[in-house]
Design a binder for this molecule. Sequence first.
Ligand code: AMP
Length: 283
Amino acid sequence: MRIINSVVEMQQQADRWRAEGKKIALVPTMGYLHEGHLSLMRAVRNRADAVVASIFVNPTQFGPNEDLERYPRDFERDGKLSESVGVDVIFAPQPADMYPSGYQTYVEVTDVTGPLCGGSRPGHFRGVATVVAKLFNIVEPHMAIFGEKDYQQLTVIRRMVADLNMNIEIIGYPIVREHDDLAMSSRNVYLSAEQRGKALRLNLALKEAQGLIDKGERQSDSILARVREVLQPGEDVRIDYAQICRPDTLEDLTRVDDRALLALAVYVGATRLIDNRILTARS
Ligand code: AMP
């Protein structure tokens, strides 16, 4: 496995692979890898000749009061884990190389960045779309894989790729969970033991919602009222949003008649957790 820090070197490696007719897969990450990330890497290992994992804590997707500075990092461990699942190259650029002085170009995806995390993290998806577009131009992948854990992010990337005619296959991968069903996240290390217990309420609320639908409930308001009860907001737990929306456009749905996305963002202590589930109603 090679570690490449330089943008130009990465592009040269990608050009060589392309000249040899190799299929390139990209797994964009912010590092501090866990089983969720490794699953994405394994999933593309079988489909591509060259697998690149990028590790870059992207400053443009963090708001001024967010956790950019304290975001967990362990590059050495990330290297070992990536190698163990067959990654060929880790691309780990420096912020100053990705955004040199004078930088002024951003990618703005409009409607699908409005709701959910777009409401509480202004500018977040502009940073995400921009860095992913840059990574696509640097790594020149034929395919890139993203987790459904960040459902809106996946939607934004699919929209960008379609709208800007990027010739890259976007693969979505299901949420990987801990043994107790907490969605894996690099941010879970922020949680105390007590907070971690409270964090389990997110998945319980998602399951409860599907349970109500199975019993015949169709009204989003009633389902969301029960979701809020299960989340038990109070000391140490604050709901940022709990919303039911269309899985493709992320527009609000007042009823669940077929498939709907239930998306949650909840602060447990100072840690903002997200989780989601596709709700299905059988008619
Ligand atoms: P991050 O390092 O948090 O930016 O995540 C990098 C990629 O891994 C994104 O495509 C995420 O959606 C994906 N990912 C993170 N956590 C999980 C998880 N628990 N299950 C599946 N994919 C995940």
